[in-house]
Design a protein around this ligand. Structure first.
Ligand SMILES: NC(=O)C1=CN([C@@H]2O[C@H](COP(=O)(O)OP(=O)(O)OC[C@H]3O[C@@H](n4cnc5c(N)ncnc54)[C@H](OP(=O)(O)O)[C@@H]3O)[C@@H](O)[C@H]2O)C=CC1
Ligand SMILES: Cc1cn([C@H]2C[C@H](O)[C@@H](COP(=O)(O)OP(=O)(O)O[C@H]3O[C@@H](C)C(=O)[C@@H](O)[C@H]3O)O2)c(=O)[nH]c1=O
Length: 287
């Protein structure tokens, strides 16, 4: 039986994988939050892997605060790069297939059509650079790995753009949202299911893949759709801006081309608007 370690299990994606696990009764899971297993601690990792016999590891542990990363670069690189190196080495020593999640922010956003896995990476913020270094370690160390680059994750869990918008609307705060970036909002529950499908089908097509929902929009477009679907659009003071000030630069265009994962891994893609509807309909969102 396949035995899967999920690191960073209390994070947004970790919790979505926990929910999706019920749809995969043939897979055995061990969910460990940061408090139980810190991936920065190489010795703890080695002990943990020695005591358990995992076939797969899904690494959802990461430093994900894009704004703060600009002033906490050491911390971002320690978690997103150096700790990922530890994990890749430990997986290799134990013959464990590593599933790692990366980001659209490895690209600089100057392209005008969806990014392919083979396109040149060139991060323009600290978070993106730290994630790219983590990817590079895995590619160097590991021979059994899947790196899934995804974008604009949201769900009923954790801190994310969907929850920020709903909270502001609930509180009656005016919203000013940028049109400066175009990408694809991705339901983390869809990504969770896709990861487990790849494990269940025992794919050996290792490598880098892009996985997002389909379609594209701006952050303003995403906010507008959230308010439209929750019938709050009329009562919310929503405005566009093309000068939203942030510490971190973000890629102007970061839509991911999903063709490789569709062809090789047989993953299905779901329109981002439909997927948003399913999150809003099926789940209670605690703000
Ligand atoms: N969120 C997004 O929009 C996107 C995310 N991604 C990638 O997807 C993955 C999952 O993201 P998401 O679930 O949203 O992120 P979250 O920040 O919600 O979850 C990450 C989890 O990792 C934990 N963690 C941090 N440091 C360590 C450590 N040293 N050891 C073990 N656990 C640790 C965090 O704990 P704590 O909070 O206590 O620090 C948190 O529980 C990440 O790799 C991220 O880079 C890619 C594209 C978009
Ligand atoms: C809160 C807010 C943000 N914005 C802008 C800032 C930014 O350009 C954009 C998104 O802001 P956020 O800080 O929510 O998102 P950000 O942290 O940039 O999200 C990223 O997270 C990492 C982890 C990833 O890997 C990326 O794929 C992406 O999802 O919206 C507004 O215009 N108005 C607002 O009120």
């Amino acid at each position: 039986m396949k035995k899967i370690l999920v690191t960073g299990a209390n994070g947004q994606l970790g919790r979505c994988i926990n929910d999706a696990a019920a749809e995969f009764p043939d897979l055995e899971f061990v969910f460990v939050p940061k408090e139980k297993l810190d991936i920065q601690e190489a010795n703890s990792l080695k002990d943990f892997f020695r005591k358990n016999h995992f076939s797969h590891c899904i690494n959802t542990a990461a430093y994900t605060n894009v704004e703060k990363a600009e002033s906490e670069s050491d911390k971002a690189f320690a978690i997103n790069s150096e700790a990922v190196k530890n994990l890749a080495e430990t997986c290799k020593e134990n013959d464990v297939v590593l599933f790692h999640i990366s980001t659209d922010y490895v690209f600089d956003g100057t392209k005008k059509s969806p990014y392919l896995e083979t396109d040149l990476t060139n991060p323009i913020n600290v978070y993106g650079a730290s994630k790219l270094k983590g990817e590079n370690y895995i590619q160097k160390i590991s021979n059994k790995f899947f790196i899934f680059r995804t974008s604009w994750l949201y769900s009923q869990y954790g801190h994310n753009f969907l929850k920020t918008i709903l909270k502001y609307a609930e509180e009656g705060k005016p919203l000013t949202i940028t049109t400066e970036q175009t990408g694809t909002p991705t339901n983390a529950n869809d990504l969770a299911r896709a990861l487990l499908q790849v494990i269940a089908q025992d794919s050996k097509d290792y490598g880098v893949y892009h996985y997002s929902n389909s379609g594209e929009t701006t952050w303003f477009g995403f906010a507008e759709e959230i308010l439209r679907q929750t019938k709050k659009l009329k009562d919310t003071n929503l405005a566009k801006t093309n000068h939203y000030r942030t510490f971190a630069a973000r890629p102007e265009y970061s839509v991911l081309d999903n063709t490789k994962a569709q062809n090789k891994l047989k993953l299905k893609y779901i329109d981002w608007r439909e997927s948003l509807q399913s999150v809003l309909e099926k789940t209670v969102i605690n703000l």
